[in-house]
Each structure stands twice: as C-alpha cells, then as structure tokens.
Write a protein that binds this ligand. Sequence first.
Ligand SMILES: Nc1nc2c(ncn2[C@@H]2O[C@H](COP(=O)(O)OP(=O)(O)OP(=O)(O)O)[C@@H](O)[C@H]2O)c(=O)[nH]1
Length: 357
Amino acid sequence: MADHSGAVTSASRRERGVKFWRVTRRVCQLAATIDISFFFLFLFLGSPILAWINVASVAMYTAAYYAINRRQNRLAIALIWSEVIIHSALGTLMIGWESGFHYYLLMFIPTVCISSVRPGTIISLIVVLWGYYIGLDILMWFMEPFQPIPSGALLGVHLFNLSVVFAMFAYLSFFYMRMVVSAQRKLQRLATVDSLTGLLNRRHGSDLAENEIARFRRVGHPVAFMLLDVDHFKSFNDQFGHGTGDAILTEIGRLIPAQLRVQDIAARWGGEEFLVILPDTKIESALASAERIRVALRSNDWKQATGESIDVTISVGVSEVCANDDLASVISRADRALYRGKAGGRNRVEQEGELQR
Ligand SMILES: Nc1nc2c(ncn2[C@@H]2O[C@H](COP(=O)(O)OP(=O)(O)OP(=O)(O)O)[C@@H](O)[C@H]2O)c(=O)[nH]1
C-alpha cells in the first residue's frame, strides 16, 4: 500500500494554517475595536497623544486584516508584532507600568507557540520577547511616565487591559484545545478506518475481534464471524476499470452495516474481502445475517451506485468461536467455509463444517 503519511501531514499542516489565519484575522478585528474605544477614552482623559496612537493602531490592524485576506501573511505578522510592541511600549512610557499595556506582550507566547514556525525560532522569539519585557520593566523603575493620568483612570485602564488579555488568552487556549482535539480525532480515524469503504481497517478489526474472543473466554457469550468475498471482482476491474471496482467496494461498505445490528463490527479484511464480527450471536443467527447481506448485495441497484449495468454477488463463510479458539483458528474455519462457497458456485453462504445452501 502506498505511504500517504507525508501528504496527510502536509494537508493537516495546511488546515492548521488556515485555522490559524482565521483566528488571527478575528484577533485583528477585536484589537481594532478595542483601540477605537481607547481612542475615545484617552480623548476623554485629556491625553490626545495616546488617543492618536490608537488611531495608528487601528490603521495597522486594518492593514494586517487585509494583508491576511490577500495571503500576505508575513506582512500581516510584521504589522501585528510592530503594533503590539510599539503600542505596549508607548502606553507604558506615557502613563506608566501600572497601565498594564505590557500584558499585551505576553500574548505573543501562545501565538508564537501555535504558529507553524520551527522550535528553534519559537525559542529565539520568546527569548527576545522576554528581554524586551524585562527591559521595559527595569526602565520604568527608573523613570516617571511622560503623561500620567489620574489614579482612578489608571486603575480603570489597568483593569481593562488585564481583562482583555485574560479574554484573549482564554480564546487562544480554547482555539488551541479545539485544534488538538480535532487533530486527535482525525489521527484516530486514519489509524482505524479504511478510507475507501468507511469500514474499520484490518488492524482495528483484528483488535476488536481479539477483544470479542477474550470476552467469550471470560463470560462465555457466543460470538460468530463472517468472511465475505466479492465474486469475480477482478473481472469488474478488468472490464470497467479500477474506478468502478472502487465504487463497488464503497457501496459494499454502505450495504453491509445496513444489514447489521449496532453492536456488530464490520471491517475491510483485504482487497475485496470483509470481516464481520457478531457479538452475542450463535451461528444460526449469524447465517441469517449473512443471508440478508447476500440478498441485499444481489438485489442492489448497481447501475445507480457505479454507473454500470452489473450484477455483484458475494460468497460468505460463517464460523462460531469455540473453546480454545484464537483469532487465526476461527477465521480459518470461516475462510474454509468461504472457499467451499466459491467452489460450490459462488453467491452463497456456507457454514463451517457443513454445506448450508
Ligand atoms: N478496484 C480495486 N480493486 C482491488 C482493490 N483491492 C484489491 N483489488 C483487486 O481485487 C481483485 C481480486 O481478485 P481475485 O483474488 O482473483 O478474486 P476474484 O476475481 O474476486 O475471484 P473470486 O474471489 O475467486 O470470485 C484483484 O484484481 C485485485 O487487484 C481495491 O481497493 N480496489
């Protein structure tokens, strides 16, 4: 089987990138809105310089927003970094460390970590940020702010800045958590599901089959197995092409579970071979299920599913787990029954040991 892991990794990286830029665009909108409210607040407080700094900030966030829309991502990042670095420094220098403008610098830590840059770059950026933050802190120990505002207003600005940074941290953490959970789900799906049929893949099917055999040993509830194989499948490939062959397998992946109970487990076992595990099922009921599947395939509208006027049939071998069975032995009995079905003319269900139909 071809190794698609490289393609999968780059696809998930691309998707992570798309989400990252979507969030960054939202952050630009939010930051611009906050800066507009700061403009009016500082005008009200009689600090026109600080008010006009916020106008410049709104312009930078708007430019960054449109840069992301035009996929000029480097420009967008440069604008956002510059805005936060300059604005937090100017706010601190003008009205003091207590203004809390420096908290915005801390936002870079999660932002840098969830962007797609290399670990070495992340560490360097965080070290530079740390130096800048500490430098600003030390500077403010030795100098008075250029344009102090009344202490009540200073407290208000401090609390507002602190709250915004809290909210942004929460938002980024939530976004990151959602990204991790969705990546985990995708990986789990890739590791357990057959991409063509949507059924479980062989490895996961084997694991669940082993579990059922272990459960049989523990509690003694019956477990039945079916091996299903498409008849003359090669001829469909040869006559109509691999695409039609794939469409047949996909349709079978839809038809088999439709005939099963929720607790039954269907897996793609090989190319055109499927395994069904029926927990709490004696062989008689398993034969009835197998027969239902056989009839459902036989009477399916294959023209609609594949675009070709074809008849698709399957042969099925059924076995039931007995004492001292392992996966190999119970599958091998189903396989022998399946082989008898093929030898007996195909399109039939066979039980281990004796002829069923
Ligand atoms: N289109 C398609 N073909 C597959 C896939 N996996 C396996 N095959 C083909 O399935 C065919 C299986 O052929 P055979 O093992 O000879 O079996 P058959 O033609 O079904 O004959 P019987 O089982 O004896 O009825 C081979 O030609 C494989 O190339 C797949 O994912 N897609």
